[in-house]
Ligand binder design. Structure first.
Ligand code: G1P
Length: 271
């Protein structure tokens, strides 16, 4: 069973400036609810029991959001407002399942994952990238059932416009398992259009094996000088570790860019 999830949250959020100059992007409201709560709700519904937040000193606002008990207790005592009581209960539920680890230098997603090494208990764990919201169908839940069926690692996948391949990790597909699932031969971080092996992109949901930590500890910086999780996954595939690309059926919303963030609010409001 997959019981633990990790969420890298130390990113600077430069694509959302000026909103992120003093504010954590994951706390920005999307239709009145912080983005990170959508991600947490997806985890809870998928049966996740513990979530590890990888934050930085600059993103401590995220921890404070879940640890503001004194403030809530004072307000509730004074106002006895049912809405606030309900919200506080929700925060307490989230808080109980969250652990915090620190990544103070933004060295890449792979480096963020490595910070969680000593906390991961089982053979496999889930990672969610908070910029990627998937609505209408719980992508993590579907991936966990694929993992159970094939006993392998699973990564969320979406067809993208060929012109945009250099924005994503791109899969090279191997055998088709069924309508939505393919074994993969390779994954390349942000390839040029010329070398991209397909138009199937990695979207931010991964079921990763614990083995990835030994790859990450030896991983050299890749594209843009960052340590990429994609490169560590590639090394595991080359050693015959089974990875499945799962074409999810929910709707993808990119909350990490200004355009995408605005669109996400509109999409969620009408759904
Ligand atoms: C990250 C991954 C990339 C993936 C993308 C999905 O890129 O490195 O492989 O396709 O998330 O959103 P980033 O968005 O951090 O540039």
């Amino acid at each position: 069973m997959i019981k633990q999830a990790i969420i890298p949250l130390a990113g600077l959020g430069t694509r959302l400036l000026p909103l992120t100059s003093v504010f954590a992007k994951e706390l920005l409201p999307i239709n009145g609810k912080p983005g990170i709560e959508y991600i947490l709700d997806e985890c809870i519904e998928a049966g996740i029991k513990e979530v590890i937040f990888i934050i930085s000193k600059k993103k401590e606002m995220i921890k404070n959001y879940f640890y503001n008990d004194i403030f809530y207790k004072k307000i509730i005592k004074k106002k006895k407002d049912q809405r606030i009581i309900k919200e506080y209960k929700k925060i307490l539920k989230y808080k109980k399942m969250i652990k915090f680890v620190y990544q103070n230098k933004p060295l890449g997603t792979g480096d963020a994952v490595l910070k969680t090494k000593k906390f991961i208990k089982d053979k496999f764990f889930l990672m969610l990238l908070p910029d990627d919201l998937i609505i209408k169908k719980n992508c993590s839940k579907s991936m966990i059932s694929i993992h159970k069926r094939y006993k392998s690692s699973v990564i969320a996948s979406m067809n993208v416009n060929r012109k945009t391949v250099s924005r994503w990790g791109i899969f090279k597909l191997n055998k088709k398992l069924d309508k939505r699932n393919y074994l993969i031969n390779d994954v390349i971080e942000k390839p040029s259009v010329i070398v991209a092996p397909s138009n199937k992109a990695v979207i931010g949901r991964y079921i990763l094996p614990k083995k990835i930590f030994s790859k990450l500890s030896k991983q050299k910086p890749g594209k843009g000088g960052e340590i990429h999780i994609t490169d560590a996954i590639q090394s595991l595939i080359y050693e015959n570790h089974k990875f499945i690309a799962h074409t999810f059926s929910g709707k993808y919303l990119d909350c990490g860019s200004m355009n995408g963030y605005i669109k996400s609010t509109l999409e969620i409001a009408k759904s």
